[in-house]
Design a protein around this ligand. Sequence first.
Ligand code: SF4
Length: 350
Amino acid sequence: MNWNRFRQPDLILKLIGDLTEYKKQVKFMEVCGSHTMAIGHWGLRKLLPENIILISGPGCPVCVTPATIIDSLIKLKSVTITTFGDLMRVPGSHQNLEQARAQGCDIRIVFSPMDALKISQDRETIFIGLGFETTIPGIAFSIVNAAKNNNQNFSVLSLGKLIPPALDALLDDKDLKVDGLILPGHVSTIIGMMPYEFIPYKFGIGGVITGFEPLDIVLGVKTLIENLDHPRIMNEYSRVVRPEGNQIALDLISEVFEITHAQWRGIGEIPDSGLKIKSKYADFDAFRKYDIKTSDLEENPLCLCGNVLKGKILPPECPLFAKTCTPDYPIGPCMVSSEGSCAAYYKYER
Ligand code: SF4
């Protein structure tokens, strides 16, 4: 793939020039944290006409993981815990995983659940299975693999979350006024277009699936504007996303997981937005194996991550942004994760 094709300044500026003909104010939400990062990285928020406003959404899996999970994991002293690196510095109630590791807990960063599976060959290992539909098939595959090899050392703490029910819950909030959604490219690779079809019917707005290159994103914005009067779900990432999604990945997910309610940090409980491991694979369910509980935690009242994730404010509107809350000393998860909106604004948009 020649990525330069999607980074041609002339073409991008031509599309942006076309957008200046549109004069009404519109607000679109980029649902996915990777889009927030890409928009910041390419300076698109500043290049777009001022009347076209992009706000960030809930699409950062680390940011929406409840802090009490981190507290519970830190208490498990006799087990090796494996996780994606992003979670290491997310604040728990008293400590983060990085600090717990410094005090002797065996916590290791892995790049995939299959790395965790390897580690479990000679020790009891939990993989922290957080992510959206993009990551979940790989986690399901690791569980099927562990079951096939009767690897009783391996278990997964299933924190997988689903994007369409979260969008349903967010858009139901009358305070959130958006004119369209930039839908997540990676998630859509797995689920396709169908799971978003309720959005135009229920909320009267359209959505466009786009990739992560600057041309993808600007084209997505143009497509949303051109279809404001005929809201529907559109695919501007057809080089990767098929309308029906990836059936093999979807089958793998439904083999291992069933839908359940889930707690989203900063947002609250969203019905049918989480995945738990089916009883068929109970031996690999860390929640059951180690009796791990989630409970409500009083978040730092000064951190406005919840409002950032719900698209109600932009990160610089948080009084702590870039003052007491920075990537080196994060107060909330949105400043830690590589997909967090506050981290993106800190890095690119100050
Ligand atoms: S700037 Fe920091 S404290 Fe404010 S919302 Fe973002 S993460 Fe939370």
